[in-house]
Design a protein around this ligand. Sequence first.
Ligand SMILES: [Zn+2]
Length: 202
Amino acid sequence: MWAWLYPPACALCGRLGEPAICPACEETFRPAVPWVILPEDPMSVDACFLYQERAAQAVKRLKYERASLLRDPMARMMAARHFITDEEMVVPVPIHWTRRFERGFNQSEWLASQMPQAARALRRIRATRPQVGLNRAARQRNIIGAFAASPLVKGRRVVLVDDVITSGSTVLACREALRQAGAAEVRAIAFCSDQLAANSNA
Ligand SMILES: [Zn+2]
């Protein structure tokens, strides 16, 4: 609908006549490297980009400004960067239904929308305060026990999808719920990783 009212423009810098993510903005996206969280019980985590500049702006806009124009280009970047095998099951990190009601969508589902074998196999059973601004220990306390997994995941290799991974406490809490439901293996992928912030909170 917006496309009828306004000419196409970059959803990040506003430059007219450009796609939703223009080449100049995309050029500032810095690739992230895969890493492992919680070395004593390792979980592999991989993100497309570092949570900086325009890539960070894309994540925030997608979530807080309902920039649905960003949905497809960001989902395509996710699908291009993260290879999913036939044996894997893609599970977006859920948001609590009250937040879903307010926001109208789950940004992680949007990011997984171009991936195969995506399923709603996790539920957020407890609303939590936003993780922003909490240190690692507080993030863990905030999120523990917030999720429940469907029996669908039993024996499956699960790929969790989130928008940003910082300390990893959200995906670790998801892994806990998935393990309780019998998941065989869990890894996590994201659009952005905020590795610097995670380290400074450690
Ligand atoms: Zn731009």
